[in-house]
Design a protein around this ligand. Structure first.
Ligand code: HXC
Length: 259
């Protein structure tokens, strides 16, 4: 079925797919259907052997201004529980391919949480990251209190979550929340450039390395090192590792096949 609220381009660049959130009038407010469409597209692209890296973007004015407040406003706690929207978010988090958010304008509430669910963020200098839920009587629910705190530290995260005041792109870069900040006309191209540099690598090594970096958030050092070691050994089961090391020795570029 053609999605209604997103645009999907499996080969936006060679081996790089693009998902664009496309509810511009509502500043890409994340209603349930939009999130399901994002999750379904990611699942499909994750299986597509022609795709190695995925870029997720909005438009110049907004990456996303949060969950759809109009859709949520009248719901009870039990409605929210039964709707179980976070199973969709959990599925997004399980994407195995590198996922880059290209962010311009508002990345607020669920929008900030969605770009933090990605592996890397390329920001335009107009990007504004914030968790303003407190201003509408609620709080972050899709990982904001956890991921923002890990990214920028307790004091600054606490201030943002308790005041709702957003953070600009330059400060976000200084704190390590985003990878880089570029002029507004270049944020998508810059994300594609980053994606292309990863798409050249072995997709097997990229997948295992992504999994290992993410594990550092979930476990203690001893267990994380053990996990990393297993994944490191596993790369030696791939043709790509043989090709990569042979290419180095033979002083030629490696050609990775994802096997
Ligand atoms: C529904 C939204 C929306 C949202 C904007 N719109 N954000 N609709 N949900 N989150 C709609 C507006 O109602 C308006 O439509 C249109 O988009 C343009 O927005 P304006 O407010 O007119 O634009 P502007 O004055 O430029 O202000 C931009 C803004 C503001 C500062 C981003 O829109 C805003 O504060 N939005 C809400 C941000 C927020 O609180 N996000 C957190 C949501 S809770 P109409 O038709 O009315 O003109 C959340 C919880 C996540 O995300 C939990 C897990 C999923």
């Amino acid at each position: 079925m053609t999605p209604e609220f997103i645009l999907v381009t499996p080969q936006a660049r060679p081996q790089v797919a693009l998902i664009q959130l496309n509810r511009p009038k509502e500043l890409n407010a994340l209603n349930l259907q939009l999130m399901q469409e994002v999750a379904a597209a990611l699942k499909e692209l994750d299986k597509d052997p022609e795709v190695r890296v995925i870029v997720l973007t909005g438009n110049e004015r907004a990456f996303a201004a949060g969950a759809d407040i109009k859709q949520m406003a009248g719901r009870t706690a039990i409605d929210m529980l039964l709707i179980d929207q976070f199973s969709t978010w959990d599925q997004i988090r399980r994407t195995t391919k590198p996922l880059i958010a290209a962010v311009s304008g508002f990345a607020l509430g669920g929008g900030c949480e969605l770009c933090m669910t990605c592996d890397m963020i390329v920001a335009s200098e107009t990007a504004k990251f914030g968790q303003p839920e407190i201003r509408i009587g609620t709080m972050p629910g899709a990982g904001g209190t956890q991921r923002l705190t890990r990214a920028i530290g307790k004091a600054r995260a606490m201030e943002m979550v308790l005041t709702g005041e957003p953070m600009g792109a330059d400060e976000a870069a200084r704190h390590g929340l985003v990878n880089r900040v570029v002029p507004v006309g270049q944020y998508l191209e810059e994300a594609f450039r980053l994606a292309a540099s990863i798409a050249k690598m072995s997709p097997i090594a990229a997948r295992l390395a992504k999994e290992s970096v993410n594990r550092s958030f979930e476990t203690h050092l001893d267990e994380g090192l053990h996990f990393e070691r297993k994944n490191f050994y596993m790369t030696f089961a791939s043709e790509d590792q043989k090709e990569g090391m042979a290419a180095f020795v033979e002083k030629r570029p490696a050609e990775f096949k994802g096997r």
